[in-house]
Design a protein around this ligand. Structure first.
Ligand SMILES: C[S@@+](CC[C@H](N)C(=O)[O-])C[C@H]1O[C@@H](n2cnc3c(N)ncnc32)[C@H](O)[C@@H]1O
Length: 322
């Protein structure tokens, strides 16, 4: 009785809708009880790993980045679907774009999947007040999709993350199995063979050289190639992506290249993102890597007298063959 008295009317309604939707409240750990449209199942890990300092949040709120992802969300129409997976959801930028487009007439469920506990916590903090859908945060490797999401869905959106996975054929088969026949897969990436137009090469060469010099001068360090976790990743061509999709049982509906002018502030914020620093400067403490990259960036933009650097995003929409 005492518990019932402190449950507000809104919480009660949300609780009932969660039960209707089949949520296993015993297994779920609700981090924000007052926002019970959010179900979070995460390990009790060391709080020091939840630091936001090197998160993706700043970069993902850049207007050019939101535009390129909005384009994919709009092109694919995933927000018209009932059950959606946001794969590699990070700090929730794409989930937010989907929530913004819901009209509230259906009970949408979004599974937001990521292996980074700190990214998921940022997403929960940021989206905690949203009421448009049930969002289930799933702390898991995308490669475990077959077990981490245990029902078929209508759409999978996978933004700026597919390039992280080495065995894309296996992953695409798992995505196909999670989708109902005719279900949508939409993804984009700016790490594919062809994402760096030739006119951008000089910028990257100068930036990297200067960053390495700054790292040595200011911190007496070099990156350690042996610490590189990205070595086995190979960037695929758009045609190779299409071939893998066809082999995995998809039909490609649309494929487009988007040229985006990335401003200095975009490179500045990506230089503060853990995965970027670790990829470019393996083995270097994150703070020192960030410092070297950000300091040299401004010098290179000045020296080259440029305001932005072009980068190409590959965007693909496919359907699971029936
Ligand atoms: C560049 S961020 C993109 C985040 C989000 N999709 C967006 O576009 O705003 C890539 C995300 O993929 C996640 N990620 C990378 N490899 C993963 C894996 N194998 N399993 C689950 N998440 C992964 C990272 O933790 C990170 O949050």
């Amino acid at each position: 009785m005492a518990t019932a008295m402190i449950v507000s009317r809104r919480m009660y309604t949300n609780l009932i809708s969660l039960i209707k939707l089949g949520v296993d409240l015993k297994k779920a750990r609700l981090i924000h009880q007052s926002t019970s449209n959010f179900e979070v199942s995460m390990p009790n890990s060391d709080p020091s790993h939840h630091s936001d300092e090197y998160s993706f949040t700043e970069f993902s709120s850049q207007p050019f980045y939101r535009r390129v992802n909005s384009q994919l969300v709009d092109m694919s129409g995933v927000f018209n679907q009932h059950k959606i997976i946001d794969l590699g959801c990070g700090t929730g930028g794409i989930t937010k774009l989907i929530l913004d487009r819901l009209n509230g007439t259906k009970e949408t469920i979004i599974y937001a999947v990521d292996h980074s506990a700190s990214a998921l916590r940022s997403a929960v903090d940021d989206l905690g007040g949203r009421r448009e859908a049930v969002v289930r945060f799933v702390h898991s490797e995308v490669q475990n999709l077959a077990t981490s999401v245990n029902e078929q869905v209508d759409a999978v959106i996978y933004c700026n993350s597919i390039h992280y996975v080495n065995d894309k054929a296996m992953l695409l088969r798992q995505i196909r199995d999670r989708l109902r026949p005719g279900g949508i897969l939409a993804f984009n990436t700016s790490f594919f063979e062809g994402s760096h137009p030739p006119e951008s090469h000089d910028f990257y060469r100068r930036w990297m050289m200067r960053s390495l010099r700054t790292l040595r001068r200011d911190h007496g360090m070099f990156p350690d190639k042996n610490a590189d976790k990205t070595g086995a990743r190979r960037q695929l061509t758009p045609e190779e992506y299409e071939e893998l999709l066809n082999e995995a049982g998809f039909e490609v509906v649309r494929r487009e290249d988007f040229t985006v002018q990335v401003p200095e502030v975009g490179f500045y914020h990506i230089s503060g993102f853990r995965d970027w620093i670790e990829g470019i400067m393996p083995g270097v403490p994150l703070g020192k890597g960030r410092d070297a990259l950000q300091k040299s960036l401004n010098q290179v933009f000045k020296e080259m007298e440029i305001e932005s650097v072009p980068r190409i995003w590959l965007t693909v929409m496919a359907k699971r063959a029936k």
